[in-house]
Ligand binder design. Sequence first.
Ligand code: PLP
Length: 383
Amino acid sequence: MENVNSRKLKEIRRSLMSILSEKALPGAINFAIGEPTYPTPNTLKKVIETFIKEDSADYGPVAGLLSFRDFLAEWYGNKGTTFVSGSENVLTTCGVTEAVYTSLVALLDNGCEVIYPDPGFVLYEQAIKMCGGVPVPLRLDHASDFNIDPQLLKRLITRKTRAVIINSPSNPTGRVIPQRILKEVAEICGKKGVTIISDEIYEHIIYEKGHHSVSEFTDNVIVCSGISKLFRMAGWRLGWCVAKEEVIKNLVKCHQYTVFRAPTISQRIAQEALIMKKEIKEMVSFYRQKRDLMLHLMGSIEGIRFVKPEATFFLYADFSKYGDDWSLSLKFLKNGVVTVPSTGPGAGFGSNGEGFIRLSYALDEESIRTGIAKIKHVLTQVS
Ligand SMILES: Cc1ncc(COP(=O)(O)O)c(C=O)c1O
């Protein structure tokens, strides 16, 4: 019984994060999980009570609740997205994972190339392959603060390129793409007729500046975002795509025959959550304190290089002075600390991140201090 599985799946690798998390010792300090810890405000819990009392957990429309899609269209319009006029520009999805995947299903024919950031979120390369595409990594270098080099992007685009994935703020680097570069990316992709898939899931956790979307500069884009990193709501599984009407029509076809309809209760919660400016501000300062503690503790380790995170709750550091990223992560694991290396026997953040390890600091202060002390201890043993 050979060949019972799709050939495409042979190419798909499990994520290093899950491989290492499964091996963790009980009680290990987990710097690996990209899971928010800022609690969900009580007012949002009331939305859930009302929803249950109303007994309104019906399917809802395929593209999402009309009221929520109208709300999102207005929300994006206020943020400067140029092409939104109403619900026809929005599809609700089961998280950004589905939003990105659905976008790729809608855009790709077999053999089409998709450019994606390297280092970048583990989903992109695997999803491109699952959709029959050819992943083309776009190098982001530590020396240029992990910014996109527009000239390099231009060179990578061929006649086969269908899409370019960008991610700002970025997982794993914690960096934000400057407006000037977003504009250049928009221009390059516009001229070449290549669609931008813009993953903006960390748009609410930004420390230094406000969030800017590439959709301020072009309509040649599918914006993918959601509520997984807003408060503590990843399990509500809600995301969305915002794009031109004709693009949304195609995305709806893919969504209809995979997910069918995104959870209606989550759309109601999201609508309330997105306008909670005061609570969002508090959430940002909650993570900022942790970021500053990390900067202080990591800054005291000799030979480690990293770029200051401007957003997210990740610090992405170069440990190459002490060994390769995979072996070091295994050593940390044996000492009760889970981290995510960029490379290893599974899918990480990409080969351009070799030597780098990602630490999620959405943890309490004591765990951060204990975890970094353990990491320091391992490093003194290997050096
Ligand atoms: C950059 C990025 N995109 C997408 C996702 C997945 O989001 P969701 O939970 O909405 O599917 C994550 C989750 O960690 C992420 O870091």
